[in-house]
Design a binder for this molecule. Structure first.
Ligand SMILES: Cc1cc2nc3c(=O)[nH]c(=O)nc-3n(C[C@H](O)[C@H](O)[C@H](O)COP(=O)(O)O)c2cc1C
Length: 327
């Protein structure tokens, strides 16, 4: 019933990807998505920096919780040579530990494709528009994560339907990322023609996610109009829930930073500096809640999220919503 090109190619039961989340993808959450029949994606900075695991040991910990396929997030932006070298080592370790899906973002994924294909793994690249999709396909990726205007994290500008229309003829499986809060959103995305969905925000409001209860409650309370985009975290707009942190910080970078962010080379440095700061502020807020500033990243899917539920229950409900699902 739920077989799509995504499930067939990845050898999973249901077309549901548990998106990588900094700082929310703790090992138990990643494993729970895979164990439920989807595929959980490891965010390596979350595993190492937030949860303190050495990468290989952290991956083995997840492997101890599920033997089913897992994925790995490789952000391949060439902002720093040191960062890129570490990412190359990490991708090798991930493949050695049996990761079968690499979700790449931002830069040119050609080197990830070479390594992944040699190891029999697939690469899906995050895209927000056709020109990025074309570049990723030229680099040899196997599928696209189509990040729409309702997504948590770095959202796109196009609706799920508009993005599908732009990319449908490219001949690779398309995964809808953004705005999937309930079973109907899931069924609607598949009805549009997507081969699967990637969930972010929905998975934070689960017992398996180790985020602070303040964060989960903020997701349950929020409506789509409470989601605002701020440049104050990474230098490019990130979706967060409006609240005391947003009111104190504002959402736009200062005048100097804005000028530098338009500069071809300086923009990488400004983004690196911003990201370095949020490397610390985001996990503090996610783990300690409102008492640590309460900056909570989430997408418009908050609109349809009103209970904290185990991952397996969410996935089961989603699967049962498909038109030809067995009763
Ligand atoms: C808290 C949070 C952190 C995220 N961090 C990352 C990340 O580190 N890497 C990445 O590729 N995507 C990241 N994303 C995007 C998700 O993987 C996913 O594509 C997105 O959340 C889908 O939209 P949704 O939140 O409406 O489900 C993040 C999303 C959220 C909500």
């Amino acid at each position: 019933v739920t077989a799509t090109e995504l499930t067939r190619r990845l050898g999973i039961e249901l077309p549901i990807v548990g998106g990588a989340m900094y700082p929310c993808s703790n090992p138990e959450l990643v494993a729970a998505v895979s164990e439920a029949g989807g595929i959980g994606v490891v965010q390596p900075m979350t595993l190492t920096h937030v949860y303190g695991h050495e990468l290989r040991a952290g991956l083995r910990l997840i492997r101890g919780l599920t033997r089913r396929p897992i994925g790995f997030n490789a952000i391949v932006e060439r902002s720093s040579r040191l960062y890129l070298e570490r990412m190359r080592r990490w991708v090798d370790v991930a493949l050695e530990e049996g990761v079968t899906l690499l979700v790449t973002a931002l830069g040119n994924p050609d080197w990830v494709v070479a390594r992944a294909h040699a190891a029999g793994a697939l690469v899906f690249h995050d895209v927000t528009a056709r020109r990025f999709a074309q570049r990723a396909l030229d680099a040899g990726v196997d599928g696209l994560i189509c990040v729409n205007d309702r997504a948590g994290g770095h959202a796109g500008d196009l609706s799920a339907a508009a993005l599908f229309a732009e990319l449908a003829d490219l001949g690779v499986p398309l995964v809808c990322a953004g705005g999937i809060g309930d079973a109907r959103d899931f069924a609607d995305a598949l009805a549009l023609g997507y081969a699967g969905v990637q969930l972010g925000t929905r998975l934070i409001a689960t017992p398996e996610c180790h985020a602070h209860d303040d964060y989960k409650q903020a997701i349950l309370r929020a409506k789509a109009q409470d989601i605002v985009r701020t440049e104050k975290l990474t230098g490019v707009p990130v979706a967060v829930i409006d609240g005391p942190w947003v009111r104190a910080m504002g959402t736009r970078a200062g005048p100097l930073a804005r000028r530098l962010l338009r500069h071809r080379r300086a923009k990488h440095w400004v983004r690196a500096l911003y990201s370095l700061r949020s490397l610390f502020t985001l996990p503090r807020a996610a783990r300690r809640g409102l008492s640590a500033g309460g900056v909570f990243q989430a997408g418009c899917s908050v609109e349809h999220i009103d209970t904290i539920e185990p991952v397996a229950a969410i996935v089961r409900r989603f699967a049962a919503s498909l038109p030809d699902a067995p009763p």
